[in-house]
Design a protein around this ligand. Sequence first.
Ligand code: SAT
Ligand code: MN
Length: 580
Amino acid sequence: MTTKNQELTAWVSDVAKHTQPQKVVWCDGSEEEYQQIVDLMLNDGSLSSLNSDTHPDCYLHLSDPQDVARVEHLTFICSDDPATVGDNNNWMPVADAKEKMNDLYQDCMKGRTMYVIPYCMGPIDSPYSRCGVEITDSPYVVINMKLMTRMGTKALSRIEAEGSFVKGLHSIGELDPDRRFIMHFPEELSIMSYGSGYGGNALLGKKCHALRIASWQARKEGWLAEHMLILGLESPEGETHYIAAAFPSACGKTNLAMLIPPEKYKDWKVWTLGDDIAWLHKDTTGLMRAINPEAGYFGVVPGTNAKTNRNAYDMIQQNTIFTNVGTTADNQPWWEDKKVGQPETDWKGNDYDANAGPAAHPNSRFTVSATENKAYSSLAEAAEGVPITAIVFGGRRRELAPLVYQAKSWEHGVMIGAGVASETTAAATGQVGIVRRDPMAMKPFCGYNFADYWAHWLSFAERTGTLPKIFHVNWFRQDDDGKFLWPGFGENLRVLQWIIKRCKGEVGANETAIGYLPCDDDIDIEGLDIDPAVWQSLITIDDQQWRQEMDEFGEYLESYGDRLPDKLREQHQQVRAALG
Ligand code: SAT
Ligand code: MN
């Protein structure tokens, strides 16, 4: 296969000259091709088959133990204008980054196959979708991209028709943490990644393209590229509302997107459109519409069981690639909190030893096509996307943030989004469990200066007629003994119902300094084992804690200096003043 697109032909041939692969393969995205690459990996041992009776067409990949998460300290945005990139990113001048990367890439594919992967982020016929081509020497990347994107012939045709595409060059190199970089060149729509095979570092369509590069494009073109799940909530009467929700990595986006209503609400349905990324556009009538640029899920495995997420649990019984989980004696995949079976080997391929750490790495992942999900919304394939009723921000906060509250206006909602902070998780390397500011859950993913990003968000007040209402949730409140105060998972439906009722103007609320909080009886907690005093603490705020939070947040905002939009500063001042 070759292409009519001369830019692509020239780039592929330049890269091949520089990296010296043994051969070049253009991927067509077919099932046969997927199977061929799986077989090749089974042969060379980089993949193994799991129990084919219990888990047909499921495979296990064990990564290098030093290559299990995104590497934010090695991830850069490269532009000649550091102010545009902002302090929220690592910055490198374009020429320096290219020199560094070109040195690393020199002859790096010797003896390897170079795969050329044309892909489309979003439904292939959607005007909101964008295409890219990833060149990689990793067969693992190829099979993951097949599940995660619309990849192959159709994407290539779209690229040929449109003429433009994002260029992503990836090599696993030596998998040496000291020779590892993830570089983005938003001005020329290109990505260079070296030295890691892990999801967010290597599947370049995902965080690199669909968030970092796309956020830059979105600002120029008047839309938003966000770290958000998209779900549809259908009432027993058949009315469906779509919600987009932003949470930091490994804070339960996949679980919320695939929520199973509790017994009491079994006539309600939650449809999944996406679990990680949303592209939001204003349509011609002024509505905000969302598409999910991805076509599969790259989800956290530990904790997934028949109770916490039945849909996900069922979905990963077949046609799934597991990365860094353990196995049972009969070769089924095993992970912490699976609730069935016993581990025999761990994620490093050693005999399981409880004293040597978990069987599955805390950031072990499943990769699976979205079509395996029973709750997959047919509208996930709709070219025009779905209209968004509510935007929800959330973080992992032991204390402070109530279960749910609503912003008083779009501008106030932007401030709430900018104020998202969360305890860190295993999805990125570094210390786990410390609170860090993570505006809109985009700290690792916004490809430009946060101050300009907030200004862009604020500009939607003038751009669209009917804006979604904005909310903040916190499923993760704990008592002094570390016990979670809210049951979470399926019961979160009760909170989503309140959100929709608020959007429809069906219930009142308590106006507080930080926003509208639920009145006592407006969220149904019947049947939950929640002490009335605990419930009160979930739906009220501690002014003193909030004064401290807002002071810290204010300092954070001011660190953006003159670029910080006045409107955001005003919103912050209003809330701070109202807290007394
Ligand atoms: O970045 S990944 O896509 O690998 C996972 C995450 O952090 O959300
Ligand atoms: Mn994510």
